[in-house]
Structure formats: structure tokens, C-alpha cells
Design a protein around this ligand. Sequence first.
Ligand code: ATR
Length: 269
Amino acid sequence: MKAGVIGFPVHHSKSPIIHGHWMDKYDITGSYKTIEIHPDNFQNEVNELVTNNYNGFNVTAPYKEEILSLCYEIDDIAKAIGAVNTILIEDRKLLGKNTDSFGFIQNIKSQINFNFKNKKCFVIGAGGAARAIIYGLLNEGIQEIYLTNRTKEKAESLRKFDEDKIKIINWEEKENYIGNIDILVNTTSLGMLGKRNLEINISSLNKTTVVTDLVYAPLMTPLLLDAKNQGNDIVTGIGMLLHQARPAFEAWTGILPEVSKTLEEKILK
Ligand code: ATR
């Protein structure tokens, strides 16, 4: 396997640890590297990966949308989400995929007993990650999605996924709508190390509401700490990172790898 992750910057990426772990575990020879690409040189350096016989690569910020124009083929999920996080190179052509919604759903299913069918979800944020989450929730048969974002127009633009099921909530009024939901998801970067906190009072949540955060540094975000302290089930964000990597590894090697405790501990070190 010859693969890597492109981004700018990309040195912080944990993907080399994940794929390196699986290469060892499944006896796959090759390499998985971080590949920093300067925006001025984007297309040339992507072409170089093709010339150098890469099997494919992951795509992280800021290139998840820009890479679309270089793809020969884009799968339906990536097309719907409007972003690509995984490339398979076949016959020197780029095939674009998006495994983020798979990662989100599988992470929740692997950590708690939760069936999305006919449930109500509250999603905070309307960026690229939110699009993947909304796609995944609708695909799992969610009944209703309350969506809020600081910039309301961006939330409005996501109603196209399902105008009947998605309701836009004003950012300032989000606390009024969380009393009657099954799952709360933070898709914004608020709560991340070095960023400001997500200001939300969650005391009106039902005891059965699950709270999950895409932020995984810190693993226990202030939102998750609040939820845990008041007795709600929580799902941390690190598992989404691990699970979204599985279909990528499968695309390049034919093996759908498992997420183990050992891998989780390695990644959190
Ligand atoms: P990603 O691909 O990770 O979703 P993104 O597309 O840049 O990244 O989206 C970031 C999300 O975090 C957006 O919902 C953004 O809100 P805006 O659309 O209003 O920018 C949200 N976000 C980032 N910083 C924020 C802040 N200080 N307050 C509120 N929301 C914030």
C-alpha cells in the first residue's frame, strides 16, 4: 500500500498512526505519510502522487472541497456531502469518496446501543462535518433534525438534504429546543483545545438523551463533561476518526480493518 494524507498544515494528523497500526496488524507492506501541499502547488503535487504510483490518499483541511474538481469519478455520498476525504487511484484516475458519515454512525453504534430510526437529533454547526453527519442521520432513518449555526444562512442551505425533516433553530434559542431530543451532536470546533468553549446550558436534556462531540482534543470536552455529570450517555469524538479511516484502508487494500482498544489507546497517547 502506498498512501498518505494531504492537507495544509497536516503534521498534526493522526492518520499515519491509524493506518500504520493496521498495516502492521494485517501484514501489509508499504507506507502512509503526511503530505503537506502548499495551496499554490495543489494540482501539481496531487498529479505527482499519481505519477508516483500511490494507491490513494486521505484529504483533510483545506482541500476536501477543492479536490472534487480533480476527481474523475465521485461516489454518491461524497457528491451529496459536497466533500471528499478519501481518494482511490485506479488507472491513474482519482476516485473520490467520503467516509465521514460512515465514521460518525459506526462510532455511535459501536459505543452505545442506539437505533437512529424515528429519533430526533439536534445538530450544532453547519460546516463540512455537519453535512456528513446530516447525510448519515437521514440515511439511518432519523425522524427530525433541529439544526443551528452561528451563521444562520449556512444552516438554511443544508435544508436541501430534506426540507421536511430539517428545522432551523436560531443560534440564540438553541437551549429552548433540546428538551425533547434523543441525541445532541456538536460538529463545530468549539470546545477544542485553544478554541473557545461551546456555550450551552444542557440542564433541560432528558436523562435518556445521548450527547456526542466531534471534537476529540480534549477527549472529554466541556460539553461531554457537563453531560456526563448530569447522567447522560456520551460518545466521544475519537471513534469517528478511527471509523472513518476503515473504508479508506479497505479501498486501498481490500481489508476492512477493526477498531480495537489498543488502537484507541495508541491514538490517545
Ligand atoms: P468543518 O469542516 O470541520 O465542519 P467548517 O466547515 O469550517 O469546518 O465549519 C466550522 C463550524 O464551526 C461552522 O458551523 C462554524 O460556524 P459558522 O458557519 O458560523 O462559521 C462553527 N464555528 C467555528 N467557530 C465558531 C464560533 N466561534 N462560534 C460559533 N460557531 C463557530
